[in-house]
Design a protein around this ligand. Structure first.
Ligand code: AMP
Length: 543
């Protein structure tokens, strides 16, 4: 028997329409790429988004066309999120930190017809424009008067493009399974792979994000700041979650240094912000060296890589709850949230639970499987590959049957490549990426655990453990470390510190101090680069 409820489709446009109608006065505040702060309201954003949708139609963008963005977190990028998806086209957010050849690859693979870019990225796109002949126009996200000289073919100004159009748009009633946006994985192995989100997956993900107990975005006077770039997995859903819940949205533009972030957090009274651990670490170092307080932030969201204990403890001492989540480009991304069960919130055990990668959310199914594919017990101890499924988890890669066959099981699960444990309460613990594990004498060493212990030393700013080839043990750990400013830490002292905290056979065979840690396009430590540099036989690497 079928139920008798309305078959209303979930749509991205409806989020902004709702925000403009029901809390149209709430602000979106951006640091512009040019520098000054821009502020307007959800009602203003809705009017400009309507103009932009008309402008896209006038350009020739139609349903299903891919429209690319190379842009920082600003109000214009927010407008593009809603206008492109809302009119039935696909917003393809490109990570500008990828290698230029990878960007050319994904523009062509996605068959992007239009590219919207911040002026910062003009030289980058000029360098590859000859390789992307199917792009019909490049729209620079600035006023006409600010258009820089460029060799890009058909370069237009964003503001001039939208200026003549009406501020009302009849958003089409789309099937909720219509493609809404496209994001490529950062491609640490092989070519980047495309994940094609839908209106339904995006809206359901935003609902679930809003439910996050500790984020509390439905309360009054909340302000959310996605520091995570809007070119990465829909900025963890926060640009949808804020208008849906009535929270003010604060967008930090192109600047990810600690000082400008601190100024925005304080001046705009941000209550929740989301970023990868390295950003939170930088901000912490800034707070410690300047002695400045954080007065409004009540919760910070951290994910993308493991948050070390020292980082969590330092923020908690400042009264800021650390919400540790796990996710991937393929999972929209959030599949766990850091809301800890009541009985685990107090006492000495609290930190142990916060160190885990959150608790499985409603809507997502998770399981751990062994090498033979058999499901392992959820006992917090049995380690295996994490498999997930759910309404905001990809069912295939875009136009990539080989990768789809490798990562999606015939019975409907996505293979994450993460080695993890689950416990009976749904807490997930990520042991490592399978390719980052260090196999020493047949036993596994978790690079994440080793790094977490190392960054607990007050002289360590960042640490990364990688496997180096070893004739006797197959692989042994090497620890690559960036010292905190002013620290004179040496290998002997760090080794002694580690020896008190990890098993003897986990101790790194070599500790190497470097000035700057290489990071991936999404701000994670680039172990690939470190392996290329250091995990070679001594002569080959020139060590
Ligand atoms: P991406 O698709 O670039 O967002 O990368 C997803 C990968 O980041 C996951 O497969 C994990 O290996 C890693 N990751 C994300 N969140 C966490 C976390 N909380 N702890 C450890 N690793 C994480």
């Amino acid at each position: 028997m079928r139920g008798l409820m309305m078959d209303r489709q979930l749509s991205i446009a409806s989020i902004l329409t709702y925000a403009a109608t029901r809390h149209g006065e709430v602000e979106i505040v951006s640091r512009t790429v040019e520098g000054p702060i821009h502020r307007y309201t959800y009602a203003d954003a809705a009017r400009r988004t309507a103009k932009l949708a008309h402008a896209l139609q006038a350009l020739g963008a139609g349903p299903g066309n891919r429209v690319a963005t190379l842009a920082w977190n600003t109000f214009r990028h927010f407008e593009l999120y809603y206008a492109i998806s809302g009119m039935g086209a696909v917003a393809h957010t490109i990570n500008p930190r990828l290698h230029a050849s990878q960007i050319a690859f994904i523009i062509n693979h996605a068959d992007d017809r239009f590219v919207f870019l911040d002026t910062t990225f003009v030289p980058l796109l000029e360098s590859i424009a000859a390789q992307t002949p199917r792009v019909k126009a490049f729209v620079l996200m600035c006023e006409e008067s600010a258009l820089p000289p460029t060799s890009l073919p058909n370069a237009l100004s964003y503001e001039a493009l939208m200026a003549p159009h009406s501020s009302e748009f009849a958003w089409p009633d789309l099937d909720e399974n219509t493609a809404s946006s496209l994001c490529y994985t950062s491609g640490t192995t092989g070519d980047p792979k495309g994940v094609l989100y839908t209106h339904r997956s995006t809206v359901l993900h935003a609902f679930s994000s809003c439910m996050s107990e500790t984020g509390r975005p439905f309360e009054n006077n909340r302000a959310l700041m996605p520091i995570v770039p809007m070119f990465h997995v829909n900025a963890w859903g926060l640009p949808y979650c804020a208008p849906m819940s009535g929270a003010k949205l604060v967008l930090p533009g192109a600047l990810h240094d600690a000082e400008p972030l601190y100024d925005l957090l304080e001046n705009e009274c941000v209550t929740t912000a989301g970023a990868v651990p390295v950003i939170w670490q930088r901000l912490l170092t800034y707070l410690e060296t300047t002695g400045k307080p954080l007065r409004s932030l009540t919760a910070l969201r951290v994910g993308g890589s493991a948050a070390p204990a020292a980082l969590i403890e330092a923020y908690e001492r400042r009264g800021i709850e650390v919400v540790h989540g796990w996710g991937m480009t393929e999972t929209s991304p959030v599949c766990t949230n850091g809301s800890i069960k009541g009985e685990h919130r107090a006492g000495a055990e609290r930190l142990n639970y916060q160190l885990k990668a959150g608790r499985c959310m409603f809507g997502v199914d998770m399981k751990i499987v062994g090498e033979d594919g058999q499901t392992l017990p959820e006992d917090g101890a049995s380690q295996g590959e994490l498999l997930v499924r759910g309404p905001w988890v990809a069912s295939a890669y875009y136009n990539d049957p080989a990768a789809t066959a490798a990562f999606f099981t015939a019975d409907g699960w996505f293979r994450t490549g993460d080695v993890a444990t689950l416990d009976a309460d749904g807490y997930l613990t990520i042991f490592d990426r399978s390719k980052d594990l260090i196999k020493s004498g047949g036993e596994w060493i978790s690079s994440i655990d080793l790094e977490n212990v190392a960054v607990g030393h007050p002289g360590v700013e960042e640490a990364a453990a990688i496997a180096i080839p070893d004739a006797e043990w197959a692989e042994r750990p090497m620890l690559v470390v960036v010292r905190k400013a002013g620290s004179a830490l040496d290998a002997a002292e760090l080794n002694a510190y580690l020896a008190e905290r990890v098993a003897k056979w986990w101790l790194p065979d070599e500790i190497r101090f470097i000035a700057d840690m290489p990071h991936t396009a999404t701000g994670k430590i680039s172990k690939k680069t470190l392996r290329e540099r250091y995990a070679q036989p001594a002569t080959a690497a020139g060590i």
